[in-house]
Design a protein around this ligand. Structure first.
Ligand code: FE
Ligand code: FE
Length: 222
């Protein structure tokens, strides 16, 4: 597997450790007591746990969605990518359960409206496109990349917060998932560019006259 891309502000624990907490005898990390709420836990810790619940819910939703996307796809490479990422996503759920245990919290999901919307959009794409077309596959790739980008944003932020709070093992664990999301995003781009988009363009479609109109409009503006 390739290395995590070290994009600014997204993931990557290397050389950025700013420990602010302590580990107990079980190796579980505790955040320092600054900015504590009366019932325990800092505000930042509460936000962190809240975001963990959000992505825990999202990952489980993605486990339900990927088989439908695989079923709807035509290109073998895309079907395989969805199948492989389904197995990875099941591991992401387990990894999050491990992270909840590391910070002595019960694994619990919180309804994530964003992933509900993004997966609903993917299902709409399936109903609005014709089975067996590359146009559908091209649209499915974009739908899947919207999911990946939501995950990358969430995991990237969580890794950085974990580092800030001194939760190094938590940061490392979440960073593994972040790398897999980034790899999947890149793989989807490659599949679209190499196997799908040109074929979709060549399929011809009912909107070609609109596209011509759009080109004319653009050239008139320039
Ligand atoms: Fe995931
Ligand atoms: Fe993913």
């Amino acid at each position: 597997m390739k290395q995590s891309s070290t994009k600014k502000n997204v993931g990557g624990t290397r050389g950025q450790k700013t420990p602010a907490g302590t580990a107990d005898s079980n190796g579980h990390h505790r955040v320092n007591s600054r900015n504590k709420e009366p019932n325990g836990g800092s505000l930042l810790e509460k936000f962190f746990v809240d975001q963990l619940k959000d992505i825990y819910y999202a990952e489980q939703k993605i486990v339900q969605s990927l088989p439908k996307m695989k079923e709807a796809a035509t290109t073998e490479g895309l079907k395989d990518a969805f199948e492989d990422h389904l197995h990875q996503t099941e591991r992401h759920v387990q990894r999050l359960e491990k992270v909840f245990r590391m910070i002595s919290q019960k694994p619990e999901g919180k309804k994530c409206e964003a992933i509900e919307g993004i997966t609903r959009e993917a299902e709409q794409i399936i109903t609005e496109t014709t089975a067996g077309t590359m146009t559908r596959d091209a649209a499915l790739v974009i739908a899947a990349q919207k999911v990946e980008h939501y995950e990358i944003a969430t995991y990237g932020g969580l890794v950085q917060l974990a580092i800030t709070m001194g939760l190094e093992r938590v940061a490392d664990t979440l960073d593994k998932t972040l790398m897999e999301e980034e790899d999947t995003d890149q793989l989807l781009t490659d599949i679209a560019e190499n196997e799908i988009n040109l074929c979709a363009e060549q399929e011809g479609n009912q909107y070609s006259w609109q596209k011509e109109g759009l080109r004319e409009e653009v050239s008139m503006q320039n």
